[in-house]
Design a protein around this ligand. Structure first.
Ligand code: AMP
Ligand code: ZN
Length: 135
């Protein structure tokens, strides 16, 4: 896609701090990192959200996420993997990607949902049925 920043990085029209590339995926450092080594793992196929990604590309993407996780866990105590779908969930770049964010004691990052709600048995039963129907 012509005006997509991640497609431009994939096509080498815009520079990035590349850490890994294979035929289906690319990984580079986030330009606004939350920790040292904060990496974006990106499918080379331009789709906006994860559900739109063909299965083969999703499999490749997960393998690259695993590679990055393995590499980053050698030098860090932990990591979070985050993926945002649509602006309501915090998606800024409309090209499917995962954040792999190294974590270490005292890093000050606050990655939690912040809200915990209670739902009735009926509400949970209904949502389970709806999810199953939609899979
Ligand atoms: P989000 O869409 O919220 O999951 O996050 C998009 C991420 O892309 C943000 O963390 C940005 O800092 C990052 N980003 C945007 N443009 C670039 C770029 N040119 N190179 C590297 N990272 C970028
Ligand atoms: Zn794109």
């Amino acid at each position: 896609m012509t005006d997509c920043i991640f497609c431009k990085i994939i096509n080498k029209e815009v520079p990035a701090d590349l850490v890994f590339e294979d035929p289906d995926t690319i990984a580079f450092l986030d330009i606004k990192p939350s920790s040292l080594g904060h990496t974006l793992v990106v499918s080379k196929e331009h789709v906006k959200t994860l559900d739109e990604l063909p299965d083969a590309q999703a499999q490749s993407l997960m393998l690259t996420i695993k590679k990055l996780t393995k590499a980053l866990l050698k030098e860090n105590q932990g990591c979070n993997i985050i993926q945002n779908n649509n602006s309501v969930a915090g998606q800024i770049v409309d090209h499917v990607h995962f954040h792999v964010v190294p974590r270490n004691e005292g890093d000050g990052l606050q990655l939690n949902f912040g809200v915990h709600k209670e739902f009735s048995g009926e509400e949970k039963k209904n949502v389970i049925e709806t999810i199953k129907k939609n899979i």
